[in-house]
Design a protein around this ligand. Structure first.
Ligand code: HEM
Length: 486
């Protein structure tokens, strides 16, 4: 065949210069059937829903992000092409593909523009920064999250949980999401910055709500520049200023005397780079704000979803109460008790499987690459959704069922690494994962030991998928104080 005279044609050259029709014939001759399948797939885009205006899927996504992504994965498979506001997205729903992006080829991906665009709040903090700067900052913060340090935080977590419960009464109706937001905020501020923010907790909660609206899918439909004073932008700016002021006070208090208190804030304030320079005010503010926000809302959501799930699953709730009574016998839980409370841990893991606080993650390709046999162009974005994968029956049997016992010994070992990834993975894995797990277990144990909860009548619990997954209108619960042994 004349085509053999082309010389050492590489696969890359073929893809770059030849039309699909010519190449598919050529490739069969040159490479054989197996290679052909691989190469021909790279010539086509992955399958995906048609979309509305100019093939865009944003409207459907905005209406119901969780349902839309789940349907896409179910109908089109492990790799689905989507178009949002003229940009190309690939929804990846196979653990191996997710591992490829987050771990194996992580250097080819950066955090998404959507996240980085929100510089107003998070600036260049750990969550959003990139490259060498991020690496340095992560190294700097890492010791504060060492296992031994987290063990020391355990005391604060347990004490604050107990203090919170002092205000709760039998028969009272509470919004457990709001309560958990306040508690986790106080805990993170005390542990990492030795600051008491009890008085500011309400303001922070309100500001968080407005700030998170900014990331909601609906807002992505029409993105109005921050400089235009729409009612939302005005509310957002006001919320951001309030958060700025709170964080500023925390930093200023510490700067008044530079003594090393051994916490994360001291580490950040006193850290010097190779040339002896300390962090600028702006860098310090960005890091503190990031940890302040990332370090409480996610854990609060986990706890709130957990109490709601337990109220719907009386058997699991009874089993949890029985374990607590047997191991603690009515005394307040401490860090040392956690290894003897395996069911507490299973409940948290199962809650994060069904209601993962970080429900979707994005990564933008900085260079062209191949994912699952398809070409992923520079500038396109990989979407990986914990909500979708955690409910995939290929990995989690009877996935809609709340079943903490599925996490019995051995279950996790059998799972592909990215069939369950509430804390992400690879180099950008959550720095606060063990902090969060310790906190969630201690708070769950302390609360459940004292109270049973029942959903308030006519209160509808609905997930709101912004950057995190939170209950849209909170979770209103009626408290029933447990009698000893009950
Ligand atoms: C249940 C609770 C939590 C969940 C589900 C969670 C989830 C996550 C996820 C999925 C990421 C990775 C995001 C990505 O790669 O794009 C992340 C990153 C991060 N998380 Fe968490 N998180 C939790 C609690 C915490 C806590 C308690 C802290 C701090 C005290 C924290 C601080 C951070 C920071 C600073 C990052 C950025 C790390 C980096 O890029 O180097 N998180 N978290």
């Amino acid at each position: 065949m004349a085509m053999y005279t082309l010389g050492p044609t590489t696969r890359h050259d073929i893809l770059k210069h030849w039309s699909p029709y010519v190449t598919s014939t050529l490739i069969v001759d040159l490479y054989g059937d197996h290679e052909r399948n691989q190469i021909v797939r790279t010539l086509h885009a992955p399958p995906g829903p048609k979309g509305h205006l100019l093939g865009d899927n944003l409207r459907e996504y905005a209406k119901d992000p969780l349902g839309f992504l789940s349907r896409c994965a179910r109908e089109y498979g492990d790799i689905v092409q989507l178009r949002f506001a003229g940009q190309t997205f690939y929804l990846l729903s196979h653990p191996d593909l997710i591992e490829y992006v987050l771990v194996e080829n992580n250097r080819n991906f950066t955090k998404t523009r959507i996240l980085r665009r929100n510089g107003r709040l998070l600036g260049e903090g750990l969550l959003t920064s990139q490259g060498e700067f991020w690496r340095r900052q992560r190294r700097l913060a890492q010791p504060a999250f060492h296992r031994k340090r987290v063990a020391a935080y355990g005391e604060v977590m347990a004490a604050f949980a107990e203090r919170s419960l002092e205000g709760w009464q039998d028969g009272q109706t509470i919004d457990v999401h709001e309560e958990m937001m306040r508690l986790t905020l106080e805990i993170v501020a005390k542990c990492l910055f030795d600051a008491d923010v009890g008085a500011e907790a309400k303001d922070v909660g309100r500001a968080m709500k407005v700030a998170l609206e900014d990331f909601s899918s609906q807002r992505r439909l029409i993105r109005i520049p921050k400089s235009i004073p729409t009612p939302h932008n005005v509310r957002f700016e006001r919320a951001a200023r309030r958060l700025d002021a709170i964080v500023h006070t925390i930093i200023e208090e510490r700067r008044k005397n530079d003594e090393d208190r051994g916490d994360l804030l001291s580490m950040l304030v006193l850290a010097e780079d190779e040339s002896g320079e300390r962090m600028t005010d702006k860098q310090l503010k960005d890091e503190v704000m990031t940890l302040f926000l990332a370090g409480h809302e996610t854990t609060a959501n986990t706890l709130a979803w957990t109490f709601w799930l337990l109220s719907l699953n009386v058997e699991a709730e009874a089993k949890l109460a029985e374990e607590l009574e047997r191991v603690l016998g009515g005394r307040a839980p401490t860090l040392a008790d956690l290894p003897r409370l395996p069911y507490v841990e299973r409940v948290i893991k199962e809650s994060m499987r069904l209601y993962p606080p970080a429900w979707v993650m994005g990564r933008e390709a900085v260079g062209e690459c191949e994912v699952g046999g398809y070409r992923m162009p520079t500038g396109s974005t990989a979407l990986m959704s914990q909500w979708v994968v955690h409910r995939d029956p290929r990995y989690h049997h009877d996935p809609q069922r709340f079943d903490p016992d599925r996490w019995a010994a051995g279950y996790e070992k059998e799972l592909p690494r990215f069939a369950y990834f509430p804390f992400g993975g690879g180099p950008r894995q959550c720095i606060g994962a063990s902090f969060a797990m310790t906190e969630a277990r201690l708070v769950l144990a302390a609360v459940t030991q004292r109270f049973r909860m029942e959903l308030a009548p006519r209160h509808r619990v609905e997930p709101y998928a912004s950057i995190t997954l939170r209950p849209k209108e909170g979770i209103r619960m009626i408290l029933a104080e447990r009698s000893r042994g009950g």
